[in-house]
Design a protein around this ligand. Sequence first.
Ligand code: NAP
Length: 492
Amino acid sequence: MAATTIHPDKDALLQRVPTGLYIAGEWRAATGGRTLGVEDPATGETLAEIADATPEDAVAALDAACAVQEQWAQHPPRERGEILRRAFEELIDRSEELSLLMTLEMGKPLSEARGEIAYAAEYFRWFSEEAVRIDGRYATAPDGRSRLLVMKQPVGPCLLITPWNFPMAMGTRKIGPAIAAGCTMVMKPAKQTPLSTFALADILERAGLPAGVLNVIASSSASSIITPLITDARMRKVSFTGSTEIGRLLVKQGAEQLLRSSMELGGNAPFVVFEDADLDKAVEGAMLAKMRNGGEACTAANRFFVHDSVADEFTKRLAERMGDLKVGHGAADGTQVGPLIDGTERAKVAALVDDARERGAEVLTGGAPVDGPGYFYAPTVLRSVPLGARVLEEEIFGPVAPVQTFTDEDDVVARANATEYGLVAYVFTRDLDRALRVGAHLETGMLGINQGIVSNPAAPFGGVKHSGFGREGGREGIDEYLATKYFAIANG
Ligand code: NAP
């Protein structure tokens, strides 16, 4: 493991980051003054104590959002866009410091944190441009007796809930379109990584976002603050990114209010390498699809299907690349893989690998936690993983690549689809006809063809089946925050 160098800017940075609840444009303590510790997963050290919101604080945040909803909806679209544009610029200007903050609380290597800041900022730039393109239509009714006017309005106060794995990008992907559309928000980041969201709220305030439009609360008990919000008749939408289990629960809770919902949930991505694939590209793509964020990504390749004729070569090269990765504190020089987010997640990954090994899988590299402080797990490649192994069925969320082989196209499509999830798939082949044919039959919301990354602010991100519904980014992203209204106008 790489030696840990404490970053010189760390302490000064942590002193500057807000740690309160952000409600109605003010940073406040939680009711009763409770706090909650935020930990560095690479060392176990407490980085900050943040306000631990109560249900009363949650309702105060919604009160603040409701109080300014009407006014915010009237705010000129150009000005809403300009706020996002200024925030985009500040994110880029302060990339180094924000990357370090994210690395400290989440664990990812600094190089990846920098990539995430750029990706996150792009959502603000994209939606700054979308803010002025919200339109409707005008038509004459088919019977000629009236005119039809269709317009789009902000849906109203939104509840935004984000996970810990991409603390900044999952935030901007929701906040960006909500601001552009004219919605107010209560946002709840994951308790492990709230500091990035607090920094984002601070940036938006300085970019000119009026008080009350965005309210941010974190809590040691997510359900206690989310339940009163999601069941409140004033809330008009929930946008959630996280596990399928919690997504399902939130849809049930919101059903009483028939709450509009967007659900970006778990994945179990197949990564298919055909016999004619460019193996250099396939290995490169596999490293990206598997190891982005140390495997803690909903888009992570979970199941590798490699054609029998190239499986030995592909697996050998993948194991070499995985075995060479430098594991360490994300802020240390040269680190390529950071820790997992916490001990529970590491234990889950270890249990999946142990189960596969007990069922006869061969471990080509890794296969064990890394000794020392922090929640590290060695990058792992498994071969000959038998059907029924849990690692093929559950979302791994860690640096583990199980490889299986195939010989027949229809068979591999059926095996790739044999999962409750349908977020993303990857296909490597030089035959474009085959890629398109296979892609049409894969049950997925997104497909990477000869590339191991699909995320792009200009594209609609989202899944099918138990990976959820709704899309973030692209031209579709803003629609999730708009309601359609139609006027029937009598001919005069
Ligand atoms: P999680 O446990 O579902 O948590 C996600 C968010 O929900 C966190 O803010 C969490 O708060 C909150 N939460 C937890 N229990 C809740 C409850 N009972 N009521 C209301 N909110 C609750 O997921 P995670 O472990 O953070 O993230 C990993 C999962 O997210 C994976 O399944 C991954 O695939 C998925 N993900 C999906 C996408 C996508 O776009 N499809 C992107 C990234 C991640 P606390 O953490 O504070 O408890």
